[in-house]
Ligand binder design. Structure first.
Ligand code: C5P
Length: 237
């Protein structure tokens, strides 16, 4: 398989076509953005770290029966994935209040949620990715009721798997964002799972090991991402 022309460039990744029409080639970049692209920066080696971290999580999820787009990691910054059509909905799962949920409903950051919260956001830069509900998904024709059912079920399963796995690594999974795609008629997990897309807090110290360090100018951003990789795989880069 060979990498061909650039198909799409996002904030954190580039997606290329390949010689196989069924596969894409993904390259992880060091670029970081926050607040709808209003804050821009670079996190050194983020592309390498997120590629390795996301590959690790996707392999874990595949081993537990979750269908994903990952085919294989090809090198430090790149992976080959199934050519899925992305559903334009971001699915956020929350175990502990933080970020926009704390802002929206007034629960202080760190408040344990009595039940897992599932949210949908419309992937639309011009609109600033607004919070939507299931009815809006149908109004916009973004997915069918059956697909929303599947997406919700997979998202909650991913939460159970990752929470338990991360507990062992002394990391609390506060919240995270997933994206899904359709491949050969099947809903599969797509995009990435990394410190860019999750909130990870150290179980003991509650130290943030995720992109909030960049968003809130807390410093030691690269170090936090490296610490996550080290806890997951033992690898130090
Ligand atoms: O900002 P908010 O609290 O809604 O974010 C919830 C979770 O979703 C966080 O883990 C954040 O990193 C992730 N997220 C994301 N991409 C977005 C918005 C949120 O990965 N566009």
């Amino acid at each position: 398989i060979q990498k061909q022309e650039l198909l799409y460039e996002g904030k954190a990744k580039k997606v290329y076509k390949t010689t196989d029409p069924d596969l894409y080639w993904v390259e992880y970049k060091d670029d970081a953005t926050a607040f709808d692209g209003k804050k821009k920066g670079t996190i050194m080696n983020k592309g390498i770290l997120n590629n390795k971290i996301s590959t690790h999580f996707f392999n874990l999820l595949e081993s537990k029966g979750i269908p994903t787009h990952l085919v294989k990691q090809v090198n430090d910054r790149e992976q080959i994935v199934k050519a899925a059509k992305i559903i334009m909905v971001e699915v956020v799962v929350r175990n502990i209040a933080a970020g926009s949920l704390s802002k929206r409903i007034g629960l202080p950051e760190g408040t344990m949620l009595p039940r897992t919260v599932l949210e949908f956001y419309y992937k639309d830069d011009a609109l600033g990715d607004p919070l939507i509900n299931e009815y809006h998904i149908y109004a916009l024709n973004l997915a069918t009721p059956e697909q929303v059912q599947t997406i919700s079920s997979i998202a909650l399963q991913v939460n159970d798997i990752l929470r338990e796995y991360l507990k062992d690594k002394k990391i609390d999974l506060i919240d995270f964002k997933l994206e899904f795609g359709i491949h050969k008629g099947e809903v599969i997990l797509a995009d990435e799972i990394s410190p860019d897309t999750c909130r990870f807090w150290d179980v003991e110290t509650k130290e943030k090991l995720d992109k909030d360090r960049f968003r809130r100018d807390l410093g030691n951003v690269e170090e936090a991402y490296r610490e996550v990789l080290r806890r997951l795989t033992g690898e130090s880069i």
